[in-house]
Write a protein that binds this ligand. Structure first.
Ligand code: AMP
Length: 192
């Protein structure tokens, strides 16, 4: 199996690039943000809980997020691989992911981290707000909170994968096509 963690701060382009990767490598896309938003739309108990954190730009607690991901993974057997988008966001989530994948006799192949500077992230998110309809994209104080949570709680997850020799840094600036080309080349090198 090919299991990729597509990593990066909010606005780095994870969702956009995931679409390209699932097509080329025939992967199943698992975006925790998308799953939370679907639950908010359905007004499920999980959705109500997740919304209270997402509206502030905070992380949904690990216990809730990990259980949700475990149940999504269990539903999807017989696939050629996964792309994890927006997960793991803490070291505890990364450790839990390793453990769950082990029960499926597989593991993470690589983490590809899209690197984009802060001012560009803010520009992209405010621009995305005009079409995404996401309340957390349109408010600069929520955006700043999300970036600061990323720097404090999520960025350390890079070290988790560096220690396993699975970390690859990708320049996240440029056109969508340029960034896709860099990702394809990093993945193909890893697979070679
Ligand atoms: P995203 O769509 O990845 O930008 O995620 C939107 C929001 O959903 C985040 O700001 C968090 O509040 C929540 N979220 C998504 N994924 C996770 C995760 N792995 N752990 C905790 N919270 C998450």
């Amino acid at each position: 199996m090919l299991n990729i963690v597509l990593f990066g701060p909010p606005g780095a382009g994870k969702g956009t690039q995931s679409e390209r990767l699932i097509e080329k490598y025939n992967l199943v896309h698992l975006s925790t943000g998308d799953i939370f938003r679907a639950n908010i739309k359905m007004e499920s108990e999980l959705g109500v809980l997740a919304k209270s954190y997402m509206d502030q730009g905070l992380l949904v607690p690990d216990s809730v997020t990990i259980e949700m991901l475990r149940s999504e993974l269990t539903k999807k057997q017989e696939v050629s691989g996964f792309i994890f988008d927006g997960f793991p966001r803490t070291n505890a989530q990364a450790a839990a992911l390793d453990e769950v994948l082990l029960t499926f006799k597989t593991s993470i192949t690589m983490m590809a981290a899209l690197e984009v500077e802060e001012e560009e992230l803010k520009r992209r998110l405010l621009n995305r707000a005009t079409t995404s309809g996401r309340a957390d994209d349109g408010d600069i104080s929520i955006i700043e909170n999300r970036i600061s949570v990323y720097n404090k709680e999520t960025a350390p997850v890079k070290t988790f994968y560096q220690n396993q020799n699975k970390f690859i840094s990708i320049n996240g600036l440029g056109t969508i096509d340029e960034i896709t080309t860099r990702l394809f080349s990093a993945i193909d090198t890893k697979l070679a």
